[in-house]
Design a protein around this ligand. Structure first.
Ligand SMILES: C[S@@+](CC[C@H](N)C(=O)[O-])C[C@H]1O[C@@H](n2cnc3c(N)ncnc32)[C@H](O)[C@@H]1O
Length: 295
């Protein structure tokens, strides 16, 4: 049976990060869903396209958001397989539930949960995640928990951003906003360790080894990302989400007082990336990381 709320008894208290995803980021993600889906999908296209899934495989997609990768995996594993999509924001999962029903997929469930604390059984052949692994309060504890979801020899495959300097679509707007506002303080509310917290292969390799994974591989994917249909759209996206959005949000009233100047500076910074159709396309870069559950 699909469950529609974060499980009482299992998740009585939400972590501060899960709280933040729900009370602050969810609305903004919904508002910019088109941009996000376009940008994030680019990075899973090749890894998922090349992924061999044995028919009947059981797969968990962690931090699955609106569920599109979970649905692709459900198609790959076929009617004898099963996909569980987990995310800490239940309203994202409603979209997945509706899309899966519309597509006639009966081998998929979406459950609202904090992956870090979910009571997994060792029933899955593969754990997949597209940009859903960088936000755990304690990444090694979360990886260990994910390990308990895997059968012996089970695989983990996840996609994360490379360093901010390799991602101008995040770095440039952040610098523009920092020309006007102070950086977020130590007590800033946040989504967790953050989008670049798994950018360093050495650190992530060590984390995975400590969590009980082996055969760890990194594949780099570079590509263009559309950050808006127009300069105005791109500017609004950048002020709402990502590192620039965080600086703006945390600066509170000061940011609002300077809003006009900041918006104009962002527009100016985005214009060089404008395409013939008006859209804004910028470079970005990710890692696809694969590992196997160690014995
Ligand atoms: C950048 S989004 C990626 C969503 C989706 N995988 C995609 O590529 O479209 C990160 C997702 O991780 C989820 N998330 C963050 N921390 C989580 C946690 N502790 N447990 C479950 N989901 C989490 C967020 O709610 C969000 O949907």
């Amino acid at each position: 049976m699909a469950q529609t709320a974060i499980q009482p008894g299992v998740h009585e208290e939400r972590s501060e990060y899960v709280e933040f995803w729900n009370d602050t980021l969810a609305d903004k993600f919904e508002r910019f869903r088109k941009i996000l889906m376009n940008g994030l999908s680019y990075h899973s296209e090749i890894p998922l396209g090349n992924l061999n899934v044995a028919p009947g495989s059981r797969i968990v997609d962690v931090g699955c958001g609106w569920g599109d990768t979970a649905m692709q995996l459900a198609q790959k594993t076929g009617p004898d397989g099963y996909v569980l999509g987990l995310d800490c924001v239940d309203r994202f999962l409603d979209k997945g539930r509706a899309d899966a029903a519309a597509a006639g997929l009966t081998n998929i469930e979406f459950v609202a949960a904090d992956v870090e604390r979910y009571p997994f059984e060792p029933e899955f052949d593969l754990c997949f995640s597209r940009f859903g692994m960088m936000f755990f309060q304690n990444p090694v504890a979360a990886m260990r928990n994910i390990r308990t979801a895997l059968k012996p020899g089970g695989e983990l495959m996840f996609i994360v951003w490379r360093d901010i300097k390799d991602n101008p679509f995040f770095a440039l707007p952040k610098q523009v906003v920092l020309d006007f506002l102070p950086p977020p303080g130590d007590n800033a509310r946040s989504c967790g360790p953050g989008p670049f917290s798994m950018a360093d292969p050495e650190t992530v390799t060590k984390q995975l080894e400590i969590a009980g994974f082996e055969d760890i591989r990194f594949e780099r994917i570079d590509g263009p990302v559309t950050v808006g249909d127009s300069v105005e759209d791109g500017m609004r996206f950048q002020l709402a989400l990502g590192p620039a959005g965080e600086v703006f949000r945390e600066a509170g009233e000061l940011a609002e007082r300077k809003r006009g100047e900041i918006e104009q500076a962002l527009r100016d910074a985005l214009v060089p990336y404008q395409q013939d159709d008006g859209s804004i396309v910028m470079p970005c870069s990710s890692w696809t990381i694969r590992a196997r559950k160690a014995d």
